[in-house]
Design a protein around this ligand. Structure first.
Ligand code: ZN
Length: 414
């Protein structure tokens, strides 16, 4: 297949799979893959949105590429998706819809809270709905950072300014939770960015729209023009699943199929889907979180979790602490804020270049710390590596470059 959509698909796959520059031509991408990728980018649902089905199709394509390259050239090499070839990445995010509720509302819903939290709140010792600092401290204890998306006019910004500045000072991200009307209007978006920047003294670089409002014909363009680094709105709210069938960062296409500078971090799961829409028990909800993560890990993907900050003292919402502990126990995952994930993904984009002489690859720039190559060779031929190390892990040959002068050579390969 050729044409602009096929060229977009080839670029998408080269970036997504960490392929050597120029190794995939538009004509090499199977027609069904171009069709599905281009239709989901324009807003059609994927064949199966209960699983990361399109990501799994992309993974199968990777296996085909690998097989034919090993047959024809004697080797195949790609950049692993995550630092140290982590099996998956987890992006922790919190929308800040509310920071307080009227006393009569709190009395009505008091059973949602533990008796001790309720009584402390009655005595003015804690806030039940403003948990920004609490979440930051508990995440810090596990060694994680996250993103908080603040609305620009739903609550007085002076009430969150001090927390937001502490977040920034300690390496957490403060982004924009887009107010109503921002997802399809450049003017409204510009106003919201200005209000938030002035209100808390931080210019937002990451974004999630309130209620996951998204218009495939407009939103990415509005976000790009407002200068955002990434968006993480595209997900489902009334059911579990993967709206695009995708589970990795990507550059969305513009109207003519050119990739935008903006990155999309597809949303994988939202806490309120479990309790608000699906009425899960805590036990069922925890199972859903684990199952969704397992599906993402199967495709070496990104699991983007949205957990509303107002919910962490409530039934259901309090499971967040359990999720954090589970992630910390699983050593070797890449866990971070949207800002950290997006920064990694851009740094990983350093070109991997086939060099003259065959069987040789180098980098067209400095590889970021943690960047790892996954290598397959015919009959397990040993590579020669300059400025780097070879690591064997669970039957895989990984190569860890240590600088600009890195060179990988596979003897006898073409
Ligand atoms: Zn919201």
């Amino acid at each position: 297949m050729t044409g602009p959509a096929a060229a977009y698909a080839a670029g998408f796959l080269q970036d997504s799979l960490g392929l050597a520059s120029g190794s995939l031509r538009p004509g090499d991408v199977p027609g069904d893959l171009v069709d599905e990728l281009s239709s989901v980018m324009r807003g059609s649902p994927p064949g199966d949105s209960t699983t990361p089905s399109l990501e799994a199709r992309v993974t199968r394509f990777l296996k085909e590429l690998e097989r034919s390259a090993v047959d024809e050239k004697g080797f195949f090499v790609r950049k692993a998706r995550w630092p140290g070839a982590a099996p998956m990445a987890v992006c922790l995010t919190h929308d800040v819809d509310n920071i307080e509720r009227p006393p009569e509302h709190i009395l009505k819903v008091k059973d949602r809270f533990s008796p001790s939290d309720f009584s402390k709140a009655q005595r003015g010792l804690i806030s039940l709905y403003d948990n920004i600092d609490l979440i930051r401290e508990r995440e810090a204890a596990e060694g994680f950072r996250s993103s908080f998306y603040l609305m620009s006019k739903e609550y007085p910004l002076e009430k969150v300014r001090a927390s937001a500045q502490r977040l920034r000072a300690k390496g957490w991200e403060v982004g924009l939770h887009g107010d109503f009307g921002t997802h399809d209007s450049e003017e409204e978006m510009a106003k919201a960015v200005k209000r938030l920047s002035e209100g808390i003294g931080v210019r937002p670089r990451g974004l999630r729209e309130h209620y996951l409002r998204f218009d495939f014909g407009k939103s990415w363009r509005v976000m790009e023009d407002a200068g955002f680094d990434y968006d993480t709105t595209v997900g489902t709210n009334d059911r579990l699943g993967f709206k695009l069938g995708l589970a990795a960062p990507f550059h969305p296409p513009d109207e003519e199929w050119r990739p935008l500078n903006l990155l999309e971090l597809p949303l994988s799961l939202m806490d309120t889907t479990l309790w608000g829409y699906l009425k899960r028990t805590e036990e069922e909800g925890m199972r859903d979180v684990k199952e969704s993560m397992r599906m993402v890990e199967e495709v070496e993907g990104l699991f983007t979790l949205l957990w509303h900050q107002e919910a962490v003292r409530m039934k259901g919402g309090r499971l967040y602490w359990k999720v954090l502990r589970g992630l910390a126990r699983r050593k070797g995952l890449f866990v971070g804020s949207g800002e950290q994930v997006a920064r990694w993904w851009r740094a990983r984009g350093v070109p991997l270049r086939p060099a003259e002489g065959g069987g040789v690859v180098t980098f067209g720039g400095s590889p970021p710390k943690g960047l790892t190559l996954v290598l397959k060779t015919r009959d397990g031929t040993e590579p020669r590596v300059t400025s780097g190390a070879v690591i064997r892990r669970r039957g895989e040959v990984l190569v860890s470059p240590s600088g600009r002068s890195f060179k990988l050579q596979v003897p006898g390969a073409r």
